[in-house]
Design a protein around this ligand. Structure first.
Ligand SMILES: [Zn+2]
Length: 343
């Protein structure tokens, strides 16, 4: 009898151990899913393992038109870019049309040219998801793209003859998925001009998360879950003091709302941007101007001083406008405090 009891006790202990192991395993699975994978490279939706083909429209200026064989060079570059994107992310870039485009000829910097044409390029009728603009003339800058947008612009560096051009184009494509600059010298998102088609852990994480992104910012701008995931990846990996890509996206939209006079929407979007990155002077300046339009002048003043503190470009016209507003208000009501005048 005693022997039987002992045997049973032994059995119960055995079961207890098994139950404990099961609990540990279940908790581990939950932990991996909730914590580890939330920060790691997973896709937003299913279909991560299917090839993604991205349709590209190539635009070139008339100077490039006269370069012999440039289309062949472009094909060679795309083959290199596709080797890299396919082996890492199962992405293929497919040129569906090549068209000449009248880019401004008097601008000296690629970044200025990009800003100048960005809005009109966005309105082009095309089945392509992404526009690759190639500037044939001598211009300052090798490549540019806006984070999460669908347009990249590259200069005709070395007539698209070398591997370096592939790296530049692949790098700018990377920005379209939200990839930021890294300091890791081997990585294709290297800040000071990459020389390798290699994706390290940092760049891979954001590209894997966003590989199915449609390049339409409206599809993610209100998706807090996705924005938080991007931001977490950025916080975890980024090595240098760059602006959080989510804040970039939101401030860009805040600016759009501001310019189209949708001030309440601009206010919400800019405040949201600050939650992701509080130290960007550009966001603070836009927020100040938005407060001004909404008649919230004290807030406008506070944000203006913050904008200056965080290194925003001064805007004297706006500053004077706000100053005059306080003078005007004080004339109507002497009890109003004018923050521009020390009391
Ligand atoms: Zn870049």
């Amino acid at each position: 009898m005693k022997h039987m009891l002992l045997k049973n006790k032994h059995k119960i202990n055995h079961i207890k151990i098994i139950i404990n192991i099961c609990i540990i395993v279940i908790y581990s699975i939950i932990f991996i899913n909730k914590v580890a994978l939330a920060n790691e490279a997973i896709c937003i939706d299913n279909g991560c393992h299917e090839t993604r083909v991205i349709k590209v429209l190539v635009l070139y200026d008339d100077e490039l038109f006269f370069e012999r064989g440039w289309e062949n060079n472009l094909n060679n570059r795309l083959a290199e870019i596709n080797d890299f994107y396919y082996s890492n992310f199962k992405i293929k870039w497919k040129v569906i049309a090549i068209k000449q485009y009248a880019f401004n000829k008097n601008v000296e910097k690629l970044s200025t040219l990009f800003s100048l044409h960005k809005e009109t390029l966005l309105k082009l009728e095309t089945d392509a998801e992404v526009i690759l603009s190639i500037i044939g003339r001598d211009i300052k800058g090798s490549g540019i793209a806006a984070t999460f947008s669908n347009i990249i612009m590259v200069s005709n560096y070395d007539k698209l003859l070398s591997y370096r051009s592939s790296v530049i184009i692949a790098h700018e494509f990377g920005h379209l998925f939200g990839a930021w600059h890294t300091q890791r010298t081997e990585d294709f998102m290297l800040v000071s001009g990459a020389s390798n088609l290699h994706a390290g852990k940092e760049s891979s994480s954001i590209l894997k998360l966003m590989r199915n992104y449609s390049f339409v910012p409206e599809t993610i701008i209100n998706n807090t879950k996705t924005l938080n995931r991007i931001s977490r990846l950025y916080d975890r990996h980024h090595a240098r003091g760059e602006i959080n890509p989510v804040a970039r996206l939101l401030t860009d939209y805040g600016n759009k709302y501001y310019l189209s006079k949708k001030y309440n929407k601009a206010l919400d979007t800019l405040k949201n941007s600050i939650k992701y990155y509080a130290r960007w002077g550009k966001t603070r300046m836009l927020l100040s101007k938005t407060y001004y339009e909404l008649g919230m002048y004290s807030n406008a003043f506070t944000e203006l001083t913050r904008a200056m503190f965080f290194g925003s470009q001064p805007d004297l016209d706006y500053e004077n406008k706000l100053k005059n507003k306080f003078i005007q208000l004080k004339e109507l009501d002497p009890s109003i405090n004018n923050p521009f005048i020390p009391s």
